[in-house]
Write a protein that binds this ligand. Structure first.
Ligand SMILES: Cc1cc2nc3c(=O)[nH]c(=O)nc-3n(C[C@H](O)[C@H](O)[C@H](O)COP(=O)(O)O)c2cc1C
Length: 198
């Protein structure tokens, strides 16, 4: 069964929930979702994380990028950009960039932000940059997903988003959830067709 990597970072759980919904969409198309996260990083150089997380998805390894036919990449918004642990992971992918391992693979991005205009679109757009450097094919959300027009919180043509509120405690709206599932389905559908054509 072809696998699609759902790679996310989350501290309060919203981006993790989005990842699980995207995985549901992926699996409804007949692919397997491989959920992976990345460890926190620290300014204290001696501090190390356990090699296996206490809970949730395992930590991603480079082989996950190589083995999967597509990637869904999620991060909370941090000052209008992806969180440092996720950026750190991508900064470690130079070997794959040199080999061109990801060229031609489809990818999508998703994020959770505190406030409506606090940078969810800038986070999604800037998360695309390392993927484009790797030669990946960016898959957004088309307006045929009618909830893109009706949502009053998250959901963008650049990818799914969620507005979590200043306390990071707002649940995903029905529209936000549906757009996550739709994004997973679309990514899997395109990835499976590209893989079959090879
Ligand atoms: C250091 C830091 C920076 C943040 N920067 C922003 C920001 O620029 N815009 C925003 O709307 N929310 C910002 N937030 C809030 C998070 O994006 C928000 O709580 C998000 O929903 C967390 O996702 P999670 O539940 O997956 O951890 C920031 C949070 C932290 C801790």
């Amino acid at each position: 069964m072809p696998e699609i990597l759902v790679l996310y970072y989350s501290t309060h759980g919203a981006t993790r929930q989005m990842a699980q919904l995207i995985a549901r969409g992926i699996e409804s198309e007949g692919a397997t979702a491989r959920l992976r996260t990345v460890p926190r990083i620290s300014t204290v150089c001696e501090a190390i994380e356990a090699s296996v997380p206490d809970a949730g998805a395992p930590y991603a390894e480079l082989v996950d990028l190589q083995e999967c036919i597509a990637v869904a990449l999620g991060s909370p918004t941090r000052f209008g950009n992806m969180a440092a642990p996720m950026k750190y992971f991508w900064d470690g992918t130079v070997g794959d960039w040199l080999k061109g391992s990801l060229i031609g693979k489809p990818a999508c991005v998703f994020t959770s932000t505190g406030s409506m205009h606090g940078g969810n679109e800038s986070t999604l757009l800037t998360m695309m940059l390392p993927l484009l450097h790797h030669g990946m094919l960016i898959v957004g959300t088309p307006y045929s997903e009618t909830m893109l027009s009706s949502t009053s919180s998250g959901g963008t043509p650049y990818g799914p988003s969620h507005v979590a509120g200043s306390e990071s405690n707002q649940p995903l709206s029905a529209e936000e959830k549906q757009l996550c599932i739709a994004q997973g389905k679309r990514l899997a559908n395109i990835a499976l067709r590209l893989a079959a054509a090879e």
